[in-house]
Write a protein that binds this ligand. Structure first.
Ligand code: COA
Length: 345
């Protein structure tokens, strides 16, 4: 059965309002944030039966995403005066990540969501993103139908996992206890001189390129660095960077209140030993303790089965799951043994 929604967006004659899609401007940012919060608040209230105090637990998406990728952010505006929907999209090199997308509840089912998604698709095409993806709610027929219209196929679950780190001693590595010796250390991207930052970005690009050809996370790292949203940890063995983790700390980032959140982590495929990921998780938890947060949030795409298992072994529990939708070239590129944690929200 189709969802019934009231159509407050209709004018007194019952005509559809004039809604235009345009790029986000600086002056729209606060309104776009309100539209996202309100819409997801309504959606979650319907799903959960109770309205969350904050739809995203204090995580912010709009301001820094717009600064990072202004050409990928669009609003739906009614009568050139009221913002009724918005979409944020970003290209990570050849990978286009769509979302969040939101349309005010009273304006649902009037094709506004599709117009926003189409604008984001055009942006991906202009920027030659060959693989497009997003995450959505696997139990919602509407969401699966909507993305299917654009050629997105449902793939595996993304599990957003977390572990409390506020009490007790640091977790002891079971793999380290088993006597595995792989001395790794971590360095913060923010502490590097400019020339070293450039070199680190080149090295990181080699890592992501080995995971998916052309994937490039540089702009995510630079925005975290530039706006001090958190930091990127570089995992080093000797003088080589063998992995990285883009970490958001609470405030104005994508980290919910009280949590350190890893947006993207990858270990260089030739170095993909589970103990490297386990050690990296311990290092990230150390950063969390230093920052005084109570939890570490790690998202994992279940197709990265080894990484998923390592997180379970590290004591992480699933907070919620979403389904990844993908379309385009090599849409099943993932190697289950790659040690990647990536969140496409
Ligand atoms: C998802 C969302 C952005 C869609 O926006 P929207 O403007 O309502 O979407 P559209 O009107 O363009 O398209 C919805 C389509 O789903 C169809 N639909 C609606 N309810 C449906 C159902 N229960 N089952 C199947 N299809 C359904 C509509 O008929 C329409 O398709 P059609 O144009 O071919 O008839 C909006 O519902 C929203 O903001 N939801 C809350 C936030 C959210 O979930 N964001 C997305 C997270 S991935």
């Amino acid at each position: 059965m189709r969802a019934t929604v009231d159509r407050a967006g209709l004018d007194p004659q019952g005509r559809l309002p004039k809604v235009q899609i345009r790029r986000v401007r600086k002056g729209d940012l606060a309104k776009v944030r309100d539209v996202m919060e309100q819409t997801f608040g309504d959606f979650l209230e319907r799903q959960l039966g109770t309205r969350p105090r904050q739809a995203f637990g204090g995580a912010q998406y709009v301001h820094h995403r717009w600064l990072m990728e202004p050409w990928g952010c669009f609003v739906a505006e009614e009568d050139s005066s009221k913002i009724v929907g918005a979409v944020l999209a970003v290209t990570w090199g050849t990978v286009g990540v769509l979302g969040p997308v939101a349309v005010l509840t009273n304006y649902h089912n009037q094709t506004i969501g599709q117009q926003l998604i189409r604008a984001a698709q055009d942006f991906f095409d202009e920027n030659k993103a060959t693989l497009h993806g997003c995450v959505t709610y696997p139990t919602s027929p509407k969401h699966l139908y909507l993305y299917h219209k654009f050629g997105y196929r449902p793939k595996h679950l993304t599990a957003v996992m977390s572990r409390a780190i506020d009490r007790g001693p640091a977790r002891v590595s079971t793999l380290a206890k088993a006597g595995v010796k792989t001395p790794v250390t971590a360095r913060r991207f923010s502490t590097l001189e400019e020339a070293k930052k450039k070199a680190a970005l080149v090295r990181i690009h080699r890592i992501t390129n080995a995971v998916y050809r052309g994937m490039d996370l540089a702009k995510e790292i630079e925005i975290v660095d530039g706006l001090a949203l958190g930091d990127t940890l570089l995992l080093e063995r000797g003088r080589d960077v063998i992995g990285f983790a883009i970490c958001h700390s609470p405030g104005v980032s994508e980290a919910p209140a009280g949590s350190l959140y890893v947006k993207f982590l990858a270990i260089d495929p030739p170095q993909k030993k589970p103990e490297h990921l386990e050690q990296f998780v311990t290092i990230i938890e150390g950063l969390g303790q230093e920052l005084g947060v109570q939890r570490v949030i790690l998202p994992v795409y279940a197709r990265y089965w080894t990484a998923y298992n390592v997180l379970i072994q590290c004591g992480y529990q699933i907070d919620f799951t979403m389904i990844r939708m993908q379309r385009g070239k090599q849409e099943d590129y993932e190697d289950p043994s790659d040690l990647v944690l990536d969140d496409w929200r």
